[in-house]
Design a binder for this molecule. Structure first.
Ligand SMILES: [Zn+2]
Length: 503
């Protein structure tokens, strides 16, 4: 029997190749991470090695197709390295937003594509891979008989084991992120939007509704709701502000919760390929101006709903929550004015990045009210206290943000009303679980607030009475669609008035 023999040359080829991949592609996904402690460093180093081991698996199997591999691999390498340049230099998120940018040929918006450094980087990476293939390709003797083939199978398995252990652990990183965001781009969303055929109208006038869609803010961390720490000092001073502490949603991540909150879909309806009606479509029919100003890259599941606004602005759309260089929410206010020169009625939606992990990236350090804060993205190296401090600091920022919006609205002559609703809550160590997208009740009680102007109150005293009487009620996120249609006083459209908090 032949002894299993590793070919040194073959190993050399793959090691060299991975060195190039590391330098020109994968390291970009790690350089912006706050590692924090030694433990954080170590964990991410292991993460990096496992990522390469899994890549080795795929590359080795690909290299079995010798001729195709020889031509196609350098092309893929060069493509991936162009993405990597943007990740290195701008911490750009390679996700749906970037892919949309590329297919929509407006990638120029994303980045200074043809900067001198970019061209230099791509030339350098191209020359490196071409030189490497020219010099060492002869070492590449991939065969299913080689013991490296067995190792490559283990590499591929590693990918699935790690992804199973921690969702998106590899998928969000280069080069996998390119492939998986392209897949997302071509996938169909699983809800369909129904057009509004009814001749909806309203006799309402001079109404300006501001809907602030928050992110990962749980009700019980607002001092307005009795939290022992002072997280909402400014809002606590505001008159005409009501906090609803008992809001429920079963959905624990944005992609699931927004399609429900912004449409007539009920939380009880788990049907797939459901036809739903966008809140904005109904209001457009009633001649409302509808505008969306967002600080989150749109996900497939709710993109269509956002595009049913008459206008939409997404700020900083090529940086997702994964980026450490993402714009903070106060930047949204550059695009928002309480301008009261419009005629008719208006619904403005502001979509925040809010309290999305990694908390420190969401706020300026001047908002670090509670210390010490987190210093690593690796949860295992963080203390519970640090995590909660950092999370609570994002609530302090929210307090400031909403207060700014309210102060702007006070200067408007319109009947203004602001509804703030977070898309879901956040798990903060309950049963050892952290962050959102966890099936835990701690993430199912999002924060919700309503603020109304004196003008609004004077015009609708009964509605305000109803609102006040319901503030301790247990409600679900179903309320939003029906409540907004109720205050908009739309006619000739069926909605559930019983769901309205103003009824
Ligand atoms: Zn969310």
């Amino acid at each position: 029997m032949n002894k299993i023999k590793f070919s040194k040359k073959e190993i050399k080829f793959h090691l060299g190749l991975h060195l190039l991949i590391a330098v020109f592609i994968t390291i970009a996904s790690y350089v912006h991470l706050p590692f924090g402690s030694l433990k954080g460093n170590l964990v991410y180093f292991i993460h990096f090695l496992l990522l390469h081991f899994s890549l080795f698996g795929y590359i080795y199997i690909f290299s079995l197709l010798h001729k195709i591999f020889k031509i196609v691999f350098p092309i893929l390498f060069i493509i991936a390295s162009t993405f990597s340049f943007w990740v290195y230099t701008q911490d750009l998120t390679i996700g749906l937003g970037t892919i949309q940018g590329i297919f929509g040929t407006n990638v120029g918006e994303a980045t200074d594509v043809f900067s001198f450094q970019f061209i230099l980087f791509v030339i350098f990476s191209s020359l490196s891979i071409l030189w490497f293939f020219k010099t060492y390709y002869k070492f590449q003797k991939s065969s299913i008989k080689s013991p490296l083939f067995i190792v490559s199978i283990l590499g591929v398995l590693t990918f699935f084991v790690v992804e199973n252990y921690k969702f998106d652990a590899f998928k969000n990183r280069l080069p996998y992120s390119i492939y998986f965001s392209a897949v997302k781009y071509f996938k169909k969303p699983n809800i369909k939007l129904r057009g509004v055929k009814e001749e909806v109208f309203t006799k309402e006038d001079n109404l300006h509704i501001i809907l602030v869609v928050g992110e990962s803010v749980r009700a019980d961390h607002l001092s307005l709701n009795g939290y022992e720490r002072e997280t909402t000092p400014l809002l606590s001073q505001q008159k005409n502000l009501i906090s609803f502490g008992k809001l429920y949603t079963p959905y624990t991540f944005t992609a699931q919760s927004l399609p429900q909150i912004l449409t007539d879909k009920s939380i009880d309806n788990r049907q797939k390929n459901l036809e739903v009606t966008s809140l904005y479509s109904v209001l457009n029919k009633a001649s409302f101006q509808t505008e969306w100003i967002g600080n989150q890259t749109l996900e497939k599941s709710y993109k269509g709903i956002i595009y049913s606004n008459k206008t939409e602005v997404i700020i900083d759309k090529f940086h997702s929550f994964l980026s450490f260089k993402k714009e903070k929410d106060l930047a949204l206010l550059k695009y928002f004015s309480a301008d009261d020169s419009f005629t008719g009625n208006k619904l403005t939606s502001l979509h925040m990045i809010g309290s999305h992990w990694y908390y420190n990236s969401r706020i300026d350090s001047s908002f670090y009210k509670f210390k010490p804060v987190i210093a690593s993205k690796y949860l295992g190296s963080l203390k519970k206290e640090e995590l909660i401090n950092s999370y609570d600091n994002t609530i302090v920022y929210l307090d400031y943000f909403l207060n700014e919006v309210i102060e702007k609205l006070k200067r408007s002559s319109k009947k203004t009303i602001l509804i703030y609703i977070s898309d879901h809550g956040e798990t903060l160590g309950e049963d050892g679980k952290w962050l959102h997208a966890q099936e835990h009740n701690a993430s199912k009680n999002p924060a919700m607030l309503v603020w109304y102007s004196n003008n609004f109150k004077d015009n609708y005293p009964l509605k305000i009475n109803q609102l006040l009487s319901k503030k301790t009620d247990s409600i679900t996120t179903d309320f939003l669609f029906h409540s907004i249609l109720d205050i908009s006083n739309v006619k000739n459209y069926q909605y559930l008035k019983v769901q309205s908090i103003f009824n």
